[in-house]
Design a protein around this ligand. Structure first.
Ligand code: DC
Length: 226
């Protein structure tokens, strides 16, 4: 069977990452959470007080950043490392979510991340989720999925995730953060979130998790045998 690349794009909280992760596990493909990469850059910028309006500072900071994903066998998932430090928990916190859209709108940041993502998928066999995967990172991906879900479904899911991790946030706070990020991520100048015409749209508002995974797997099987 042919090895393919699978691009999953969409707004925050539609279930892209969890679906991509499950699909990758079944296919024995690499799962790349590109949002985690932008979140790791954001964490570095916050920790080092990088001035987003100073291009020289941004470029310097980017040259100091190494991001990789390492499997955690006990947890059965891969975790994000920033300069050899496990930042998986930290990058999901609200204070990082609040800053990630302005950071990911910076051209130099995108150029650096896209280059790494293309390298990770150059031999095919990756499931990558993000905003610009089908449009910029892998315009030649054999399968392109655009996920969407109602605002309510997205916010409720994210609240559950954060509560499970012990973070105290309100549904309103999450909904507001989603609204702001949706707006910024889809209107920014550099590779905004778009739905490419050839993408298969999956609305996950009323889907069980297992069903959304099966839908993507069925589409992948078709592309792999084409
Ligand atoms: O998928 P996520 O919500 O963890 O992504 C966090 C932010 O990163 C999102 O608000 C926009 C940015 N992002 C991006 O600009 N391009 C991507 N391919 C992935 C994420």
């Amino acid at each position: 069977m042919k090895k393919i690349n699978i691009a999953i794009d969409g707004f925050s909280g539609c279930g892209k990452s969890s679906t991509a992760k499950a699909v990758a596990r079944v296919l024995d493909y690499k799962f790349i959470d590109t949002g985690a990469m932008y979140r790791a850059v954001t964490l570095y910028f916050l920790r080092n007080k990088v001035d987003l309006n100073d291009p020289a500072q941004v470029v310097d900071a980017l040259s100091e950043i190494t991001i990789d994903f390492r499997p955690n066998k006990e947890l059965g998932k891969s975790e994000t490392f920033l300069n050899q430090q496990n930042v998986e928990e930290e990058i999901r916190k609200m204070y990082v979510s609040e800053m990630v859209s302005p950071v990911s709108a910076i051209k130099a940041v995108r150029v650096a991340m896209v280059a790494q993502q293309q390298e990770m998928g150059k031999d095919r066999g990756v499931v990558m989720d993000g905003r610009d995967i089908a449009s910029v990172v892998f315009p030649d991906a054999e399968l392109k999925v655009f996920m969407k879900a109602s605002d309510e479904a997205r916010a409720k899911r994210r609240l559950k995730e954060l509560e499970e991790k012990g973070e105290r946030v309100s549904l309103d706070e999450i909904a507001r953060n989603f609204r702001e990020r949706d707006e910024q991520d889809s209107t920014r100048k550099e590779s905004p979130l778009i739905q490419v015409p050839e993408a298969v749209v999956i609305d996950t508002s009323d889907l069980e998790f297992e069903d959304q995974v099966q839908k993507v797997l069925a589409l992948a099987q078709e592309r792999m045998t084409e």
